[in-house]
Unconditional design. Sequence first.
Length: 740
Amino acid sequence: MPHQPALFEAPSPLLQRVERVCRHTLNSEKATATEATIQKEITSILESLSQTPPKELAQSAGSLIPPLFDTISQHHQYYERDNAPLISDSLYDQLRGLYESLADLLMKEGITVPALPVGFTADSTFAPVTHKKPMLSLDNGFNEDDIAKFLERVRKFLGLASHDHVDILCEPKIDGLSFSATFLNGKFVQGATRGDGEVGEDITANLKHVVSFPHHLNTKTPSIPHRLEVRGEVYMSHHDFLLLNQRQEREGKDPFANPRNAAAGSLRQLDSAVTAKRQLRYFVYAVGDYEGISFTTQSDMILQLQQAGFCVNPLNRLCTSLEEMLAFYQDLGEQRSALDYDIDGLVYKVNRLDLQARLGHSTRAPRFAIAHKFPAEQAQTILEDIIVQVGRTGVLTPVAVLKPITVGGVVVSRATLHNQDEINRKDVRIGDTVTIQRAGDVIPQVVRVDLHKRPVGTTHFHLPKHCPICHAEAIREEGEAATRCSGGISCPAQLLEQLRHFVSRDAFDIEGLGEKQITAFFEAGLIHSPADIFTLQQRDTTSETPLRTWEGWGEKSADNLFKAIQDRTTIKLHRFMYALGIRFVGEKGAKLIARHYGSFNRWFEAMQELVHGQGADDLLSIDGIGPKVVDSLTLFFKNKKHISLIAQLGALLTIEDENQIQGNSPLAGKTIVLTGTLTTMTRQEAKARAEALGAKVASAVSAKTDFVVAGSEAGSKLTKAQELGVKVLTEDEWVDVVNS
Ligand code: IVH
C-alpha cells in the first residue's frame, strides 16, 4: 500500500496524531481538515499500528484509548441522544473501527479496555421496557476482505469445509431507528425503542401511527401466534423528509439534519399526534420473543411476517456464495440513489435459523450476521455560483450553487462552503467541477475540486467586505473562522432574532410579547424595528384589522398587551443598552457601562466620541470592560442606522438614569455574598441594591470575598466565611450599610 501522507505537517507520535484527529472531529466551526482528510489520516494511523511491533504497540496503544473513548462517547451523544450528529456516519464508524482495532490489539496483550457506548440510555420521560431478548447491534465490514473473513469465521465455527455452501440472506441496511413490537394473540400490545439494547422506551402509542403498521395480525395467517415480537426499522422517506423540513422552516424551527434524525425525533414524541403527522414508515427484519409460530430460515421468516401483514423489504436477496453477495452489494450500491429511503449498507445473515442459533452472539452482536457498509455517497457536478447567506447571528456563509444532481436519492443544488478558510483550502472557484458528498447530512459538502476540469479565467473567491443584505461592514475577528455582518439590529437578516432579544427577559421583558407574538407581528409586517413596538397601539386604532380581531386575540388580551408595552416605555439604562443586542455587551457589561456613565445622554455622547477615536480609555477604565467590548461598541455606533434607531427609541421612551457608582459608596468595588433569609428585603432586592452601590454580588465565598451578609438560617457559606476569616455582616448591619 502506498504511504498515506500525514494530515498535519510534521510526522508526529501516534498519540499526537490520534489527539489531533479527535480534536478535528469535534471542532465543527473551525475545522481545518475535511472529513475525507481525517478519514485518510485514520487509515494511515491504522496502517502505522499494523506496522508497529506488538511489544512496542502494547506500550503505546493504551495511551490512545482515553482520547478516542471520550471523543467517540461525545459523538455518540450527539448522534443518539440529540439526534444532531457533528460528523458523518462513515467517519463515526471509522473512529469506532479504530477504537475496536486498538482494543483487539491490546486484548492480545491481555489488556482490556472499556466497551464503547451503544444505543442510548432510555429517556425517563418514556416508560422503560425491558426487552425479553437483548436487541443487539451488528459488526461492520467495510471491504470485500472483511466479508470474506466473516464467511470464513462462520464456516470455521460450524465446522464446515471451504467448499460447503452457506446460504446468506442479504438485506438492505435501513438507516432509521430500530424498534420492537409485541403482538399478543394477534393484537399489537407494546412497542419499544432499542434503547441501550436491554431497556428501551415505550412507544406503543407512537408506533400505531406509523404508516401501514398493523394493529392486528392478518387473520388469513394459518394460525395466529400466541406471542410474536417483531423487530425492524422505522424510517422516513426522502419525499416526506423534504416536506417536513419545508414545514419546519415555515414554522421557524430548525430543520432536521437527515431523514434518520427526523425519524428518531418523530418517533420519540411525547405527543403521538405529532408522530401521526410525520408519515413514518417501517420494515421488519427479525423476530425477538415468540410462541405459537415457527420459522425455518430467515427468508421463510420474512415471508411469514409479510403474510401476517408487515412491510418487509422487497429487495432482500438470497445468495449462496461470496461472489453473489458482493455482486448484490455492487448492484444495490448502484440502485441506492434511486431509492426513496436511506440505506447505509447491506446486512448479510446466515439464512438457516438452526445455524443462526448455533452461531449465537457475542455480548454486542450476533455471529451470524454482518453489516457491509457503503461509503458516503459522492457525485460530480459544476459549481455555477457562490452566494453569500446571512444567518440570524450575522454570520456570512458562502454557499455553492450547483448544477442540480441526485446524490443519495436527494436532488442537491446547494452545498455549504463553510467559510473563507474552507474556500481557500480547497481552492474552490466559480465554474469548477466539484465532487460533492452527502453523508447523512442535509447540507451536502464540497469534498474537492477537479483541477483538470477547471476552465480558464477562473478567479479566487473572497467573501464580500460588506453584508449583502444591509451593506454594513462584514468583519472577521482574529482567531475566528466566521465573518460577520456588523449591521446587528438594522440588518433584516438578523432582525427577527434581534427583535426576539429586544423583548427577552433581561431586556424589555414585555408581558404578553414573547418570541411567539413578536414573530407573528414580524411576519404580519407590523413590526420591523424595535421602535415599531412602541407605536403598535397607535397604529392599531386606525388599522382595518386591529389586533382584537386576530385569531387567538380579543379585546382584553390586546388591551393588556398595549398596557404592558406602555409600562415599559420607562426603562433603566442598562436594560435599554442590553436590549440593543450589541455584540459582547451582555447584561453584566451593560450594567457596568450604565453605572459608569449614569445617564442615557452621557452614554450616547461618549459612544459617538468613541467613533471619532476618543474615550476608549475611559471605557477601558471600567473594571470588567475589555478591548473586545470597546471595539464592538465602536463598530455598532459607526453604523448610522443604529444611531437613527437609538434616536427614534430615545424619543419614544424614558430612559432612566442609573445610579452612578459613588466613589465614597462603602460598597464600591467590593465583592459580597448573600446567604440565608433576609427579613427586610428579598434576596433579589438586596442584590439589586448592592449592585446599585457598586458591589459585585458573587454566589460562592472565597478568599476574594470582602464580606458575607448572613440572614437567618445561613448555612455552609457562613461556615466557609468563618473558616476563611471573611467579614460577616448581620442583616441589621447590612441595612445600615445600604442606607448610609
Ligand atoms: S438485524 C440481530 N437487519 O442496523 C441483528 N438490522 O447497525 C439485529 N438495521 O440495530 C439487527 N437494517 O437498527 C438488521 N435488515 C436489517 C437492518 C438492521 C437496519 C439496523 C438495526 C441495527 C443496526 C445495526
